[in-house]
Design a protein. Structure first.
Length: 324
């Protein structure tokens, strides 16, 4: 009798241990996904604030999929012990607790930007409100993980009622459950497709630059001799844009009202002016252009120079406007 009780106890410990390990692994996966999600979308939403809706929607779907997959994996790891719905629910419950523990506790010891802004939970002023939020998050993790475990249970039960057994070399082939394959596939598509499409459209120019705040870079203008004018960008166009910094509608530079922003514009301006580099003034800090030509000479009179910033394509702002 004692050995039988020990055997049951051992099986229960293994059941709980497997479920908890799956939950901890899913919690770390969710944490890594959330960090990558934050880094990818931070620059994109600064570039165009309208993208924040897509960002939030993707996060909610990713959260749901990871937690449902968490429950399904927990049920799969304990397949030999699951006979009823309550067994599957228990596996999902434990996995949900493990995932929520990792996801909630790690941000308390890191400064990483989290989607739910979890880092403020270590402040004493908001402790009571934070505790309520933590309970809600834990219940959400448990519920979604339990749903995933039940999906696995019903899928495998249906498969057992209609068995199609394939044997290789006299032994049954162990297959990955269809539910897990489908969930993993949808998770990968959801994780990579939305930001990939948005990045492609940003770099292709289909998505325009519309920030929440209009950043107007400071520029300096200096005349060197009779025929030379240097225009230099003194600061970046906006915060933390990284590789998106070059993807702006270009600066517009006007001399006496005529566009000399780049070599193509100069050809249509009718002015005897050249620009180096030919692409015009860039938005990165330190970017500069040199304007050269007879129409810049002082003996023709002072020229009126305008530099217009298009960090917001719909609301161009003057960065420089003076006679030189």
């Amino acid at each position: 009798m004692l050995s039988e009780c020990e055997s049951i106890f051992r099986k229960d410990v293994i059941f709980i241990g497997r479920s908890l390990l799956v939950g901890l692994g899913s919690g770390f996966l969710l944490f890594i996904i959330s960090c990558a999600w934050s880094m990818v979308w931070e620059g994109l939403t600064i570039f165009n604030w309208n993208l924040s809706g897509i960002m939030e929607m993707q996060w909610m779907v990713l959260l749901l999929l990871v937690l449902v997959l968490n429950g399904a994996l927990s049920a799969e790891c304990n397949a030999s012990r699951i006979e009823k719905e309550i067994d599957a629910g228990a596996a999902g419950f434990i996995a949900g607790v493990g995932a929520s523990a990792v996801f909630l506790l790690i941000p308390l010891y890191t400064s990483t930007l989290m989607p739910l802004n979890l880092s403020y939970w270590d402040t004493h002023a908001l402790f009571s409100r934070s505790l309520a939020l933590m309970i809600i998050v834990v219940l959400q993790f448990i519920a979604l993980s339990a749903i995933g475990a039940l999906l696995h249970f019903y899928s495998e039960t249906k498969k057992m009622k209609c068995p199609v057994t394939k044997k290789i070399s006299g032994s049954e082939k162990k297959q990955i459950p269809t539910v897990i394959i489908i969930l993993a596939l949808i998770l990968c598509i959801t994780a990579f497709l939305p930001p990939a499409v948005v990045i492609f459209e940003v770099k292709s120019g289909f998505i325009e630059r519309i920030p929440v705040c209009c950043y107007v870079p400071q520029v300096s203008v200096e005349r060197l001799g009779e025929e030379f004018i240097i225009v230099k960008n003194l600061e970046d166009a906006g915060p933390d844009l990284g590789w998106l910094a070059d993807n702006y509608f270009p600066f517009k530079i006007l001399i006496n009202g005529r566009d000399v922003s780049d070599s193509d514009a100069i050809r249509h301006s009718g002015l005897s002016v050249t620009i180096d580099p030919p692409d015009g003034l860039g938005y990165k800090k330190g970017s500069l252009i040199v304007l050269t030509g007879n129409d810049l000479r002082l003996d023709n009179g002072s020229i009126h120079l305008e530099v217009i910033s298009y960090t917001n394509q719909r609301l161009p702002e003057p960065a420089y406007n003076s006679w030189i």
